[in-house]
Design a binder for this molecule. Structure first.
Ligand code: MF3
Ligand code: CO
Length: 254
Protein backbone atom coordinates (compact mmCIF):
# COMPACT_ATOMS: atom_id res chain seq x y z
CA UNK A 1 0.00 0.00 0.00
CA UNK A 2 1.27 3.44 -0.81
CA UNK A 3 -0.45 6.64 0.17
CA UNK A 4 0.09 9.53 -2.21
CA UNK A 5 1.35 12.86 -0.90
CA UNK A 6 -0.13 15.76 -2.81
CA UNK A 7 2.04 18.59 -4.11
CA UNK A 8 1.22 22.23 -3.41
CA UNK A 9 -0.41 22.48 -6.84
CA UNK A 10 -2.52 19.38 -6.26
CA UNK A 11 -3.59 20.66 -2.85
CA UNK A 12 -4.81 23.89 -4.47
CA UNK A 13 -6.93 21.86 -6.92
CA UNK A 14 -8.31 19.68 -4.14
CA UNK A 15 -9.19 22.79 -2.14
CA UNK A 16 -11.04 24.17 -5.15
CA UNK A 17 -12.88 20.87 -5.68
CA UNK A 18 -13.80 20.74 -2.00
CA UNK A 19 -15.17 24.29 -1.97
CA UNK A 20 -17.37 23.49 -4.93
CA UNK A 21 -18.62 20.28 -3.33
CA UNK A 22 -19.50 22.15 -0.16
CA UNK A 23 -21.62 24.54 -2.24
CA UNK A 24 -23.26 21.65 -4.07
CA UNK A 25 -24.27 20.16 -0.71
CA UNK A 26 -25.50 23.50 0.60
CA UNK A 27 -27.59 24.15 -2.51
CA UNK A 28 -29.01 20.65 -2.77
CA UNK A 29 -29.67 20.29 0.95
CA UNK A 30 -31.91 23.38 0.85
CA UNK A 31 -34.09 21.86 -1.86
CA UNK A 32 -34.94 18.67 0.05
CA UNK A 33 -38.59 18.34 0.93
CA UNK A 34 -41.30 15.79 1.52
CA UNK A 35 -42.95 14.62 -1.70
CA UNK A 36 -39.77 14.88 -3.78
CA UNK A 37 -38.56 11.68 -5.42
CA UNK A 38 -35.01 10.51 -4.84
CA UNK A 39 -34.66 10.65 -8.65
CA UNK A 40 -35.46 14.40 -8.60
CA UNK A 41 -32.82 14.89 -5.91
CA UNK A 42 -30.24 13.23 -8.14
CA UNK A 43 -31.29 15.24 -11.24
CA UNK A 44 -31.03 18.48 -9.34
CA UNK A 45 -27.73 17.42 -7.75
CA UNK A 46 -26.18 16.61 -11.12
CA UNK A 47 -27.37 19.91 -12.55
CA UNK A 48 -25.74 21.81 -9.68
CA UNK A 49 -22.49 19.82 -10.01
CA UNK A 50 -22.28 20.59 -13.74
CA UNK A 51 -23.18 24.26 -13.19
CA UNK A 52 -19.84 24.54 -11.35
CA UNK A 53 -18.00 22.99 -14.29
CA UNK A 54 -17.48 19.68 -12.47
CA UNK A 55 -18.15 16.07 -13.41
CA UNK A 56 -20.02 13.80 -10.97
CA UNK A 57 -17.49 11.30 -9.57
CA UNK A 58 -20.00 8.54 -8.96
CA UNK A 59 -21.86 8.46 -12.29
CA UNK A 60 -20.98 5.16 -13.98
CA UNK A 61 -18.37 4.39 -11.30
CA UNK A 62 -18.36 0.58 -11.33
CA UNK A 63 -21.73 0.91 -13.04
CA UNK A 64 -23.39 3.10 -10.38
CA UNK A 65 -26.20 4.77 -12.36
CA UNK A 66 -26.53 8.20 -10.69
CA UNK A 67 -24.60 11.28 -9.52
CA UNK A 68 -25.90 11.43 -5.95
CA UNK A 69 -26.25 8.44 -3.62
CA UNK A 70 -29.57 8.99 -1.84
CA UNK A 71 -30.01 6.69 1.16
CA UNK A 72 -33.19 7.00 3.23
CA UNK A 73 -33.83 5.78 6.81
CA UNK A 74 -32.54 2.16 7.07
CA UNK A 75 -30.55 2.59 3.85
CA UNK A 76 -26.93 3.05 4.90
CA UNK A 77 -25.22 4.13 1.66
CA UNK A 78 -25.36 3.80 -2.14
CA UNK A 79 -29.14 4.15 -2.41
CA UNK A 80 -30.08 4.34 -6.10
CA UNK A 81 -32.32 7.28 -6.96
CA UNK A 82 -35.77 6.23 -8.13
CA UNK A 83 -38.83 8.01 -9.48
CA UNK A 84 -40.92 5.73 -7.27
CA UNK A 85 -39.21 6.57 -4.00
CA UNK A 86 -40.83 9.68 -2.52
CA UNK A 87 -39.34 11.39 0.51
CA UNK A 88 -41.72 11.58 3.47
CA UNK A 89 -42.00 13.86 6.45
CA UNK A 90 -39.79 12.49 9.26
CA UNK A 91 -37.35 10.71 6.92
CA UNK A 92 -33.62 10.93 7.34
CA UNK A 93 -31.93 11.29 3.97
CA UNK A 94 -28.25 10.88 3.41
CA UNK A 95 -26.80 12.55 0.32
CA UNK A 96 -23.37 11.34 -0.72
CA UNK A 97 -21.77 13.33 -3.54
CA UNK A 98 -18.47 13.27 -5.37
CA UNK A 99 -17.22 15.84 -7.87
CA UNK A 100 -14.24 15.95 -10.21
CA UNK A 101 -12.64 19.35 -10.76
CA UNK A 102 -9.66 19.59 -13.14
CA UNK A 103 -8.97 15.90 -12.61
CA UNK A 104 -9.25 15.90 -8.81
CA UNK A 105 -12.01 14.24 -6.80
CA UNK A 106 -13.72 15.51 -3.71
CA UNK A 107 -16.19 13.39 -1.73
CA UNK A 108 -18.60 14.34 1.06
CA UNK A 109 -21.86 13.15 2.61
CA UNK A 110 -24.49 14.79 4.79
CA UNK A 111 -27.55 13.29 6.44
CA UNK A 112 -30.58 15.61 6.52
CA UNK A 113 -33.82 15.30 8.42
CA UNK A 114 -37.00 16.16 6.50
CA UNK A 115 -39.64 17.90 8.60
CA UNK A 116 -40.11 16.90 12.19
CA UNK A 117 -37.84 14.07 13.30
CA UNK A 118 -38.10 11.55 16.12
CA UNK A 119 -35.62 12.23 18.88
CA UNK A 120 -33.89 8.95 17.97
CA UNK A 121 -33.36 10.13 14.39
CA UNK A 122 -32.21 13.63 15.33
CA UNK A 123 -29.68 12.31 17.83
CA UNK A 124 -28.35 9.73 15.39
CA UNK A 125 -27.69 12.42 12.77
CA UNK A 126 -25.97 14.74 15.23
CA UNK A 127 -23.83 12.02 16.83
CA UNK A 128 -22.78 10.59 13.47
CA UNK A 129 -21.60 14.06 12.47
CA UNK A 130 -19.81 14.47 15.79
CA UNK A 131 -18.10 11.07 15.42
CA UNK A 132 -16.31 12.47 12.36
CA UNK A 133 -15.01 15.40 14.43
CA UNK A 134 -13.94 13.04 17.23
CA UNK A 135 -11.97 11.08 14.62
CA UNK A 136 -10.22 13.97 12.95
CA UNK A 137 -8.82 15.21 16.25
CA UNK A 138 -6.18 12.56 15.51
CA UNK A 139 -5.68 13.41 11.83
CA UNK A 140 -2.28 14.96 12.18
CA UNK A 141 1.20 14.26 10.85
CA UNK A 142 3.01 11.72 13.03
CA UNK A 143 -0.16 10.08 14.35
CA UNK A 144 -1.38 6.74 13.02
CA UNK A 145 -4.43 6.22 10.86
CA UNK A 146 -6.25 3.88 13.20
CA UNK A 147 -6.26 6.46 15.99
CA UNK A 148 -8.92 8.13 13.84
CA UNK A 149 -10.86 4.86 13.46
CA UNK A 150 -10.71 4.09 17.16
CA UNK A 151 -11.89 7.55 18.19
CA UNK A 152 -14.89 7.39 15.83
CA UNK A 153 -15.84 3.94 17.11
CA UNK A 154 -15.42 4.77 20.80
CA UNK A 155 -17.63 7.83 20.48
CA UNK A 156 -20.39 6.15 18.44
CA UNK A 157 -20.41 2.97 20.50
CA UNK A 158 -20.73 4.97 23.73
CA UNK A 159 -24.35 5.54 22.65
CA UNK A 160 -24.91 1.86 21.87
CA UNK A 161 -24.82 2.50 18.11
CA UNK A 162 -23.52 0.00 15.57
CA UNK A 163 -20.53 1.17 13.54
CA UNK A 164 -20.71 -0.22 10.01
CA UNK A 165 -17.76 -2.53 9.23
CA UNK A 166 -18.37 -3.60 5.67
CA UNK A 167 -17.64 -0.17 4.19
CA UNK A 168 -14.77 2.20 4.93
CA UNK A 169 -13.36 5.63 4.12
CA UNK A 170 -10.44 6.07 1.75
CA UNK A 171 -7.63 8.15 0.37
CA UNK A 172 -8.72 10.40 -2.51
CA UNK A 173 -7.11 12.46 -5.27
CA UNK A 174 -6.89 11.81 -9.00
CA UNK A 175 -8.89 8.68 -8.18
CA UNK A 176 -12.04 8.54 -6.05
CA UNK A 177 -10.68 5.64 -4.03
CA UNK A 178 -6.98 5.64 -3.20
CA UNK A 179 -5.02 4.01 -0.39
CA UNK A 180 -5.38 3.82 2.54
CA UNK A 181 -8.70 2.26 3.51
CA UNK A 182 -10.04 4.06 6.58
CA UNK A 183 -12.17 1.87 8.86
CA UNK A 184 -14.55 3.51 11.31
CA UNK A 185 -14.54 0.60 13.76
CA UNK A 186 -11.97 -0.34 16.39
CA UNK A 187 -8.64 -1.58 15.00
CA UNK A 188 -5.97 -3.67 16.71
CA UNK A 189 -3.15 -2.43 14.49
CA UNK A 190 -1.95 1.19 14.35
CA UNK A 191 -2.35 1.66 10.63
CA UNK A 192 -0.15 3.85 8.44
CA UNK A 193 1.68 6.82 9.82
CA UNK A 194 0.02 10.05 8.73
CA UNK A 195 1.99 12.61 6.74
CA UNK A 196 1.27 16.17 5.68
CA UNK A 197 -0.12 16.21 2.16
CA UNK A 198 -2.29 13.10 2.50
CA UNK A 199 -5.91 13.70 1.43
CA UNK A 200 -8.46 11.43 3.06
CA UNK A 201 -12.23 10.90 2.81
CA UNK A 202 -13.37 10.02 6.31
CA UNK A 203 -16.92 8.74 6.40
CA UNK A 204 -18.52 7.20 9.47
CA UNK A 205 -21.67 5.18 8.72
CA UNK A 206 -23.51 4.67 11.99
CA UNK A 207 -26.58 2.52 12.71
CA UNK A 208 -29.04 3.16 15.53
CA UNK A 209 -29.13 -0.64 16.00
CA UNK A 210 -26.61 -3.35 15.22
CA UNK A 211 -23.66 -2.84 12.88
CA UNK A 212 -24.67 -5.58 10.45
CA UNK A 213 -25.67 -4.54 6.94
CA UNK A 214 -26.98 -6.34 3.87
CA UNK A 215 -26.94 -5.56 0.15
CA UNK A 216 -30.24 -5.31 -1.65
CA UNK A 217 -31.06 -7.07 -4.93
CA UNK A 218 -29.86 -4.09 -6.98
CA UNK A 219 -26.33 -4.94 -5.74
CA UNK A 220 -25.78 -1.36 -4.58
CA UNK A 221 -28.17 -0.27 -1.86
CA UNK A 222 -26.77 -1.19 1.55
CA UNK A 223 -29.39 -1.44 4.34
CA UNK A 224 -29.22 -2.23 8.03
CA UNK A 225 -29.94 -5.90 8.67
CA UNK A 226 -32.16 -5.14 11.67
CA UNK A 227 -34.10 -2.36 9.90
CA UNK A 228 -32.74 0.33 12.23
CA UNK A 229 -32.01 3.87 11.03
CA UNK A 230 -28.56 4.70 9.68
CA UNK A 231 -26.72 7.99 9.18
CA UNK A 232 -23.63 8.94 7.15
CA UNK A 233 -21.32 11.92 7.40
CA UNK A 234 -18.23 12.47 5.28
CA UNK A 235 -15.66 15.11 4.44
CA UNK A 236 -12.50 15.16 2.38
CA UNK A 237 -9.64 16.39 4.56
CA UNK A 238 -5.99 17.37 4.15
CA UNK A 239 -3.49 16.15 6.74
CA UNK A 240 -1.00 18.83 7.82
CA UNK A 241 1.58 19.11 10.57
CA UNK A 242 -1.07 20.90 12.64
CA UNK A 243 -4.85 20.90 12.53
CA UNK A 244 -6.34 19.06 9.55
CA UNK A 245 -7.92 21.16 6.85
CA UNK A 246 -11.49 20.10 6.07
CA UNK A 247 -11.62 20.71 2.33
CA UNK A 248 -15.38 20.19 1.99
CA UNK A 249 -16.40 22.34 4.95
CA UNK A 250 -15.36 25.96 5.41
CA UNK A 251 -18.09 26.98 7.79
CA UNK A 252 -19.88 24.96 10.44
CA UNK A 253 -23.44 24.17 9.43
CA UNK A 254 -26.13 24.87 11.96
N1 MF3 B 1 -18.68 8.10 -0.69
C1 MF3 B 1 -18.85 6.81 -1.31
C2 MF3 B 1 -17.52 6.17 -1.41
O1 MF3 B 1 -16.56 6.83 -1.24
C3 MF3 B 1 -19.56 6.91 -2.60
C4 MF3 B 1 -19.23 5.96 -3.69
S1 MF3 B 1 -20.64 5.67 -4.56
C5 MF3 B 1 -20.20 5.02 -6.02
O2 MF3 B 1 -17.36 5.00 -1.57
F1 MF3 B 1 -21.23 4.95 -6.72
F2 MF3 B 1 -19.35 5.80 -6.59
F3 MF3 B 1 -19.63 3.87 -5.82
CO1 CO C 1 -16.24 8.26 0.13
Amino acid sequence: MSVSIKSAREIELMRAAGKILEKVHDNLGKELKAGMSTWEIDRLGEEIIRSYGCIPSFKNYNGYPASVCVSVNDEVVHGIPSRKHLIQEGDIVSLDIGVIYKGYHSDAARTHGVGELSQEAALLIERTRQSFFEGIKYAKEGNHLHEISNAIAAYAESFGYGVVRDLVGHGIGTRLHEDPQIPNFTQKSRGVRLKAGMTLAIEPMINAGRFDVVWQEDNWTVVTQDGSLSAHYENTILVTSGEPEILTLSHMEA
